[in-house]
Design a binder for this molecule. Structure first.
Ligand SMILES: Cc1cn([C@H]2C[C@H](O)[C@@H](COP(=O)(O)OP(=O)(O)O[C@H]3O[C@@H](C)C(=O)[C@@H](O)[C@H]3O)O2)c(=O)[nH]c1=O
Length: 182
């Protein structure tokens, strides 16, 4: 596994070593000892899997009281995955990182606690799989506005069309109003 810190260095893009043969391929997608050394000593307690159609945008989500670190990847299709630094003490507060994750590139992204996270589906559909370092806590969930002007995220919108959002995500907080991590 290759571990590459991004412009926000706590955010790490991981590229597995893929062993192809006549049967198909094999890859390791998580190895705790290496993950702890390269990314974080936190342990994972929940695994999630979602399916979304093209044009769906889920996010940008975070939990405030019980922040979740997330190790995310795509097992079918392609998404543009975005993380936003919401740690007020961070030199990169309010900055974002976006990467393309796909079944083809097999990359994983480590999203540390303290970040909002979301993704936009660019393929016909996408299955998204991730591990979390804390449990889902619905009362503690917040949504940051995907198109906040201050964030100015460069989403690769298909045919320039507005993304499809959940009701909750249509009422996301602007960065200015959003409760953040102190
Ligand atoms: C996230 C989550 C949802 N649910 C339920 C609540 C609800 O009825 C249904 C759909 O929930 P949501 O609309 O919040 O699902 P979704 O919009 O896919 O939420 C996810 O978005 C991505 C971007 C993330 O980063 C995740 O942490 C999570 O917030 O599933 C759980 O039971 N456990 C969970 O961990």
């Amino acid at each position: 596994m290759k571990y590459e810190p991004q412009v926000i260095p706590d955010v790490i893009l991981m590229t597995p070593q893929v062993f192809g043969d006549e049967r198909g391929y094999f890859m390791e997608t998580f190895r705790e000892q290496d993950f702890m050394r390269e990314c974080s000593p936190l342990r994972f307690v929940q695994d999630n899997h979602s399916l979304s159609s093209q044009g769906i945008l889920r996010g940008l989500h975070y939990q405030l009281e019980k922040p979740q670190g997330k190790l995310v990847r795509v097992v079918s299709g392609e998404v543009f995955d975005v993380v936003v630094d919401l740690r007020r003490q961070s030199p990169t507060f309010g900055q974002w990182v976006g990467v393309t994750l796909s079944a083809a590139n097999k990359q994983l992204l480590w999203v540390p606690p303290g970040f909002a996270h979301g993704f936009y589906v660019t393929s016909e559909s996408a299955e998204f799989v991730y591990k979390c370092t804390d449990y889902y806590n619905p009362g503690d969930e917040y949504s940051l506005q995907w198109d906040d002007a201050q964030l100015s995220i460069d989403w690769p919108l298909v045919k320039g069309q507005a993304p499809v959002l959940s009701d909750k995500d249509r009422q996301g907080y602007s960065l200015r109003e959003a409760p953040c991590y102190d």
